[in-house]
Design a binder for this molecule. Structure first.
Ligand SMILES: [Zn+2]
Length: 417
């Protein structure tokens, strides 16, 4: 079967009477598809779209172009046909595939990707509103990539990805990308996965580190985004991201797993309305230090060095609950003030900090929690906990240090009096 993408066909037919285009070959030639956009590792054949007066009389016996392997002929009537009805195009064309030197007639199916892709979302979330929103993801390791995938599945179409890391074999099992991506920049490989889900998505990638040298670029990108997800591992990068987001008044969601992924946390910063990452470092320094294993460098440095862990079969599975919660919070933010079925979650997702524990890890506070049993009381693993923490009024990033100092000194003076 030959799968045509209606939108590409309509565009081609407008521009020329003869257009060449690649067709991706799947399942050893069972399917030839125009639709795959991110296609590293998928073989393709050169194809051509052309016109004739009567497709029923047309015989495909010669190669119009030497390297052409797929040939689709459209009846001239297709131009006058109802362009809004893509299904009629399938009746106004015929397709051949060159196999063993012979042109073989094959079935042709025309699909309108954009019309059908998000049709199931109607009444659940407003994809039109979400589609215009831009999400900036810093770090596309196992966390950031899973979040990107979750968001494109939710209808987000505008992505900016920042990461300077390349795929390596040890990354593969925890990551949404596979062996065909080894050696590539993670940003570019994730961009292909996003485009393979939604070919009309826009993905801009920056193979850069989140550090001071790039702070002006980062500031511009933060300013242009509707929301920022910070899924990098390194403390300095998070501190910098936090400062830029507070200065640009941009909501930022910080996320990562605890060591050996025994749990994870999500901090949502609404500048000047909630605490920021700097306040968080001061209020819960241990909690913050516990986190930094959101990429593989950290995984090696932290998760495997402090004690021998021969196998980590469930690590990817331990990450998913946290990345899915991040997606939920991002969608909630993007659809804020919109009348959707998600509004009932506003009261549930009001906390700035969320904690999740995958197991009762030896040496952690959770070690002595009650096992997950048939009772609902007390603290248990495998549940979300929202934590209320106040901003630090003297926070050097989001607070007013001098005012707070003066207030405290005033306090001391009046106490003495
Ligand atoms: Zn702060």
């Amino acid at each position: 079967m030959i799968i045509l993408d209606y939108d590409k066909v309509a565009h081609c037919l407008k521009t020329s009477a003869y257009v060449t285009t690649p067709f991706y070959s799947l399942d050893n030639g069972d399917v030839y598809s125009m639709i795959i956009a991110g296609s590293a590792g998928v073989p393709f054949l050169q194809g051509a779209l052309a016109f004739c007066d009567d497709i029923q009389k047309y015989e495909c016996h010669k190669m119009p172009m030497a390297d052409e392997r797929i040939h689709i002929i459209f009846n001239h009537d297709v131009i006058e046909s109802d362009k809004n009805n893509f299904e009629t195009i399938s009746d106004l064309c015929r397709g051949w595939v060159l196999k063993n030197g012979k042109w073989i007639l094959d079935d042709v199916k025309c699909i309108s990707v954009q019309r059908q892709l998000l049709s199931r979302f109607g009444g659940i979330i407003e994809t039109d509103i979400i589609a215009g929103k831009k999400v900036l993801i810093m770090g596309v390791g196992s966390f950031g990539s899973d979040i990107a995938l979750g968001l494109v599945k939710s209808g987000v179409t505008y992505f900016i990805l920042i990461d300077d890391d390349r795929f390596d074999i040890p990354n593969i099992m925890r990551h949404i990308c596979g062996l065909s991506q080894v050696g590539r920049y993670k940003t570019k490989a994730i961009a292909d996965i996003i485009l393979d889900k939604n070919s009309s998505a826009t993905v801009t990638t920056f193979e850069k580190r989140v550090n001071r040298q790039n702070s002006e670029l980062l500031r511009d990108l933060i300013r242009s985004a509707d929301i920022v997800v910070c899924a990098i591992d390194d403390r300095d990068g998070k501190v910098l991201t936090n400062r830029l987001c507070v200065e640009e008044n941009k909501t930022c969601i910080f996320t990562g797993a605890f060591r050996r992924a025994y749990g994870g946390q999500i901090l949502r910063v609404h500048p000047h309305q909630s605490l920021c990452y700097q306040c968080f470092l001061k209020s819960l320094p241990e909690q913050a230090a516990n986190q930094e294993i959101s990429n593989d460098r950290q995984a090696k440095a932290i998760s495997y060095s402090d004690r021998p862990v021969p196998v980590e079969p469930g690590l990817a599975n331990d990450i998913t609950p946290i990345t899915q919660m991040v997606c939920k919070l991002v969608i909630q933010e993007l659809l804020k003030d919109k009348n959707t079925t998600l509004r009932s979650l506003d009261e549930d997702l009001a906390a700035p900090l969320y904690l999740w524990f995958n197991r009762r890890e030896t040496g952690s506070d959770q070690e002595n929690w009650e096992p997950l049993e048939f009772n609902c009381d007390g603290m248990h693993i495998l549940r979300w906990y929202g934590v209320a923490i106040d901003a630090d009024p003297a926070c050097p990033v989001c607070g007013d240090f001098l005012k707070e100092l003066a207030r405290q000194q005033g306090h001391k003076t009046s106490n003495k009096e």
